[in-house]
Design a protein around this ligand. Structure first.
Ligand SMILES: CC(=O)SCCNC(=O)CCNC(=O)[C@H](O)C(C)(C)COP(=O)(O)OP(=O)(O)OC[C@H]1O[C@@H](n2cnc3c(N)ncnc32)[C@H](O)[C@@H]1OP(=O)(O)O
Ligand SMILES: O=C([O-])CC(=O)C(=O)O
Length: 455
């Protein structure tokens, strides 16, 4: 708990908050062809910051120097995710483990390799001795992403040889596999402890069970009675596959690559990625979407009245409703234009589940918001924008219908994305091996030192 502010602190912070406004303002005109706001070109496309063989995200194509919208495509190691999903589903398997293998090692595993890989994950799920007691039980956090980032960093001190060795990729792979295997366990344990300390519930800890997949083990661990159905496991597995990787430029993978490029250890790099994903404009949006809809459900009298809904969305954009952030969460994307393929699949899953669970009204509200958001944006900003639902729009609704609590939405994203981050880490450290160091144009006016008594 932060200690109560003294009078001096209150006055100081008040004065400085007003003063700092002057020094942080940078006119948007300072950004131009050579200084790129958010590392974005004038047409909104991202600055090319690197080269990767891991994932590819296509959301537009260039024609006569103009960005043209197209249906989104997500490709893992050259394989379209839709094809990957159809492939393992048609063969009647869960797919997260083979997706993880594909992303980490570059090719789909054959049967013996997949079996060794899943056996290693079983073996590596065990947390280091006293890690749970000392790092999770004794130092709980109300926020599971915060607990995960701290746990990843803490694993450094439980690793007898934690520093990166450029001549030892095998050691790095061992660290990677431990992180991939342990992340769901840390999340499940951190959640149990959070429910106990902050929500006054009984504490129960289920150790992971050998032979279960990542999705099955997660459901097994977070449910009081360990029970889950194969349909539930299949849906969660699919969610994990869809969230596993998104190219090198997404904020968390790039954060991981930036840190990795300095030569720092894997735990520092990955904890930074977790911190990035927590952000509400990134993976944290799945939780924010559900918060936004609880405002909409409360404030909009008639969900079917599109005029009322549109006017509420415009209020959100004006920062006058739904928490005042000014964002319609779950909408928009830095790359995708017409569609985010993950959102398309998640929406279809949400619809089927909503029909089964009698939640079609809620599903239809999400769908209407998705349809009206571009109009609200165009009317409010006076600017036409091709804008689609992103991965975070329907994932929370799917999790809600699977009975998964809201605190776990972003951590589930992290469990899946751990694979993508680790693949980018390996590529950055063992291939690029050049410190990432862009330039910043300094725009402060010239100043001079004034003696203290004359200020
Ligand atoms: C896993 C993921 O990270 S998926 C994304 C999850 N995030 C969200 O759902 C949050 C809501 N969406 C957004 O904030 C944005 O669409 C982002 C962060 C995803 C992408 O942002 P950008 O790359 O800046 O998008 P883009 O360049 O198309 O945006 C143009 C403008 O529209 C605004 N905008 C884009 N989407 C939205 C939105 N959903 N609500 C309000 N304004 C938006 C941007 O803030 C930007 O404003 P600016 O001109 O003042 O900078
Ligand atoms: O690519 C991005 O900017 C964000 C995103 O959708 C992801 O990381 O899954």
């Amino acid at each position: 708990m932060q200690s109560a502010r003294s009078l001096n602190a209150i006055e100081f912070l008040n004065k400085q908050a007003a003063e700092i406004q002057q020094s942080i303002v940078i006119d948007k005109s300072c950004y131009n062809d050579s200084v790129k706001r958010g590392l974005r070109n004038a047409d909104g496309s991202g600055v090319m910051a690197g080269v990767t063989r891991i994932g590819n995200v296509n959301g537009y194509f260039m024609k006569d120097g103009k960005k043209m919208p197209m249906p989104g495509q997500l490709i893992y190691r050259g394989i379209n995710v839709e094809e990957l999903v159809d492939g393992f589903m048609s063969e009647g398997r869960l797919g997260f483990e083979e997706t993880a293998y594909l992303l980490l090692f570059g090719a789909l595993p054959n049967r013996p390799s997949l079996e060794s890989f899943t056996r290693i994950l079983d073996e590596y799920r065990t947390l280091p001795e006293r890690f749970f007691e000392d790092m999770i039980l004794c130092a709980p956090s109300n926020d599971i992403m915060n607990k995960l980032a701290r746990s990843v960093l803490a694993l450094y001190s439980y690793d007898p040889d934690p520093e990166t060795d450029l001549n030892n990729i095998e050691k790095e792979l061992d660290q990677v596999l431990h992180l991939v295997a342990r992340t769901p366990v840390i999340v499940a344990n951190a959640f149990a402890v959070k429910k106990h300390y902050y929500d006054n519930e009984s504490l129960f800890i289920h150790r992971p069970k050998d032979g279960l997949s990542t999705a099955e083990n997660f459901l097994y661990s977070v449910r009081h009675d360990n029970n889950f159905t194969s349909d539930e496991a299949q849906l969660l597995d699919l969610c994990l596959v869809l969230h596993a990787e998104h190219g090198g430029g997404n904020n968390s993978a790039f954060a991981c690559r930036v840190l990795s490029s300095s030569g720092t250890d894997i735990y520092s790099s990955i904890s930074a990625a977790v911190g990035s994903l927590k952000g509400p404009k990134h993976g944290g949006a799945n939780k924010k979407v559900m918060e936004m809809f609880s405002y909409i459900e409360k404030d909009v009298k008639n969900w079917k009245d599109e005029t009322e809904l549109l006017s509420y969305l415009r209020k959100i954009l004006r920062k006058e409703a739904a928490g005042g952030d000014g964002l319609i969460y779950g909408m928009g994307h830095a790359v995708y234009t017409l569609s985010d393929p993950r959102a398309v699949t998640l929406k279809a899953m949400a619809k089927v589940l909503a029909e089964k669970k009698g939640m079609l009204d809620e599903f239809e509200l999400f769908e209407t918001v998705e349809r009206l958001a571009p109009t609200a944006f165009a009317e409010e900003r006076n600017e036409e924008k091709v804008m689609c639902a992103n991965v975070d729009m329907y994932s929370g609704l799917v999790y809600k219908m699977l009975g998964i609590p809201e605190e776990l939405y972003t951590p589930l994203f992290a469990i899946a994305r751990m694979v993508g981050w680790c693949a980018h880490r390996i590529e950055e450290v063992f291939n690029s091996n050049k410190i990432i160091r862009p330039a910043y144009k300094a725009v402060a006016p010239k100043g001079e030192f004034v003696p203290l008594d004359r200020r």
